[in-house]
Design a protein. Structure first.
Length: 248
């Protein structure tokens, strides 16, 4: 194994964590999964016509979109669970409650991938949970850590509750780079991690024997009808009146 030259995580732990994340990625999709959330063939027809794409291209794009939606959750797994390996085992990743905790430093973390992920209601709910936590102990601190924040920051989180501005020095919005600095003591720790990630991914993928996408959607649609667009309509509307004699 090559040396990734990160002082705050071992080569083996980093490799294993990247491997665990990649292995969670979705590589297979069939027609049942494709239609799990009920495909709208009318929208796909609009997409095909408006964007000048073949129905095959539109179906292919939709399968990738669905797989990507699942895979986005696994990036959250990567961002959160890496802290099991950083910080001399003082940081923990509970199965419920806060995402990351340091009992010694009395820091309780809620992680979000993007700064605009939460709407007003969910922001208020999260803030009130943090309020309750800092009331338990005068030394408790709560962080809303954002992987993609507006800027590099460690600032007081200002919110509005019942149309009243609320803030507390112990409830903070922290960008991921500043959080890595808190955890590791290194200002550029996050940047250094990101720089080596492609190398680690290449090493992991070289070890894995099967990571090709298995897509049977086209084959299964063809079994309904050779006309793929017609197959999509029959998939969604096949039991509707007149669709036993449907042509498009």
């Amino acid at each position: 194994m090559q040396n990734y030259n990160l002082s705050f995580i071992t080569n083996q732990n980093l490799f294993n964590h990247v491997k665990e994340t990649i292995e969670k990625y979705r590589f297979n999709i069939d027609l049942k999964e494709f239609n799990k959330n009920l495909i709208d063939p009318i929208k796909l027809t609009f997409d095909s016509k408006v964007y000048g794409k073949t129905i095959e291209q539109i179906i292919d794009a939709e399968t990738i979109r669905q797989m990507d939606k699942t895979n986005s959750n696994h990036i959250g797994y990567f961002q959160q669970n890496i802290f099991r390996y950083i910080g001399d085992n003082t940081w923990t990743v509970p199965t419920q409650g806060f995402d990351v905790i340091n009992e010694d430093l009395k820091i309780f973390v809620e992680m979000k991938n993007k700064h605009n992920t939460m709407n007003s209601s969910s922001s208020q709910k999260t803030y009130m949970r943090m309020q309750n936590k800092i009331l338990e102990d005068i030394e408790n601190k709560c962080f809303l850590v954002e992987v993609i924040a507006r800027a590099s920051q460690n600032i007081v989180w200002n919110v509005s509750l019942d149309n009243q501005p609320v803030s507390n020095e112990r409830i903070r919005r922290v960008s991921i780079d500043k959080f890595y600095e808190i955890v590791t003591g290194e200002p550029e720790a996050f940047k250094n991690l990101v720089e080596v990630l492609p190398k680690v991914m290449d090493d992991v993928l070289n070890e894995l024997t099967q990571n090709n996408i298995q897509n049977t959607v086209f084959e299964e649609l063809s079994n309904i009808d050779e006309n793929l667009l017609k197959s999509l309509y029959l998939l969604s509307f096949g039991r509707y009146e007149g669709f036993n004699n449907f042509n498009i």
